[in-house]
Design a protein around this ligand. Structure first.
Ligand SMILES: [Zn+2]
Length: 136
């Protein structure tokens, strides 16, 4: 048994120039992804080069956050002790309407392939965790 006093803080994402715009927007509640400035292809997670045209020219664009469940997994093992109190934890993979896929948490009941969902960020200090909620 452990108490909240024993639980370490959740880790922060590594600070890198590549992903900084994503995290800065996420902390303000905005879901942004990279868009190739040459061919327009969206990509998530942030990467240095476009997989379609290999350009490193990039801009950022905000997504609607709307999508449908592609798959999920239920994790019963905490890979960091800060998450022990949240187990079992559902991690859901969502196909977003704009054509990229994202991973987030799910805490809202039964899941189904194709279930309509909406993204939001749960912001706590410097952390911004992507979670998905059911969408009517
Ligand atoms: Zn491109």
């Amino acid at each position: 048994m452990h108490s909240p006093m024993d639980t370490p803080a959740k880790p922060l994402p590594p600070d890198s120039a590549l992903s900084r715009p994503y995290w800065e927007a996420a902390r303000r509640g905005h879901f942004v992804v990279q868009r190739c400035a040459r061919c327009g292809q969206l990509r998530h997670y942030p990467r240095l080069l476009c997989s379609a045209c290999h350009s490193n020219e990039v801009e950022w664009t905000e997504l609607s956050g709307r999508g449908r469940v592609h798959s999920w997994t239920i994790t019963h093992h905490a890979f960091h002790p800060a998450f022990r109190g949240e187990l079992p934890l559902a991690l859901v993979t969502v196909d977003l309407e704009e054509g990229v896929r994202a991973l987030g948490t799910w805490r809202r009941g039964p899941l189904a392939i194709g279930l309509p969902v909406q993204a939001r960020f749960e912001v706590q200090g410097e952390r911004a965790d992507l979670e998905f909620l059911p969408r009517p």
